[in-house]
Design a binder for this molecule. Structure first.
Ligand code: DC
Length: 232
């Protein structure tokens, strides 16, 4: 990449659209940092679960807001995996945050403005020096409104549920496809209708529907888009 300029690449979209797979590959190929902002919302949710602030029936958001100063999130590079994994107060919670139990509650936690404010501030810092690929729901609309490249990923709910189902089975979780599909549809609804930073396509984002496109094909297209912007 030599002396070429560094950019910020914002990837937003619905859950399980392959955002993180593409973002990780892109970061690796460009020697950029990759930031999975969903992992940050998931880690805060895990904290709230551990402290009994939230379960399937109730959510004491006030207690969580009071505790926000006690929540320290950090990404640390994992050589074996080839990407950074997340630490909550110095404990690696990468496995815990991917469970269906966390997926069921994370959208509720993500509606809280105080939580978003804290995480967005941290995300902005991580992109300060550019050379970053960040994925989430509000990266192109809130975190990096002036990102040099914005992508918006979609795919049918069925395709996405099937992907997540396979991932969870592979990691040894005992889950049903129907439960996953329900969760995917529920999160789409909450994520796109909340008042603070709802998931919407940024005006200048390029949309990709990968229901019927392989991730390889999509990656090639996106990589070329990135090179075009970098070399402009
Ligand atoms: O990308 P993911 O499925 O791991 O994200 C988990 C949840 O976190 C998602 O349902 C909504 C929330 N989220 C958010 O509100 N804003 C972001 N930038 C990233 C995730």
């Amino acid at each position: 990449m030599g002396n070429s300029k560094k950019i910020r690449i914002a990837i937003d979209g619905f859950s399980s659209t392959g955002k993180s797979t593409i973002a990780k590959q892109l970061a690796k190929k460009l020697s950029y940092i990759y930031v999975d902002t969903g992992a940050m919302y998931r880690a805060v949710t895990w904290y709230a679960m551990q402290h009994n602030f939230i379960d399937n029936d109730s959510f004491n958001s006030k207690q969580l807001i009071n505790d926000l100063d006690k929540i320290a999130l950090k990404f640390k590079w994992n050589e074996k995996l080839g990407y950074a994994t997340i630490y909550l107060n110095k404990v690696n919670v990468e496995k815990e945050i991917r469970s269906l139990a966390v997926s069921k509650l994370v959208s509720k936690v993500s509606t809280i403005s105080e939580v978003r404010k804290k995480l967005v501030a941290q995300q902005k810092k991580m992109g300060k020096n550019r050379g970053v690929v960040m994925d989430g729901r509000d990266i192109g609309t809130v975190v990096f409104k002036d990102a040099e490249l914005k992508l918006f990923m979609t795919a049918s709910a069925n395709k996405r549920a099937l992907r997540r189902y396979k991932e969870l089975l592979d990691s040894g979780d005992d889950v049903s496809y129907d439960a996953i599909l329900k969760n995917v549809e529920y999160r789409d609804y909450i994520d796109s209708t909340r008042d603070d930073s709802p998931l919407i396509k940024a005006e200048n984002a390029i949309e990709f529907d990968n229901s019927n496109m392989s991730l390889e094909e999509q990656f090639d297209r996106i990589y070329n888009l990135a090179l075009n912007v970098i070399n402009k």
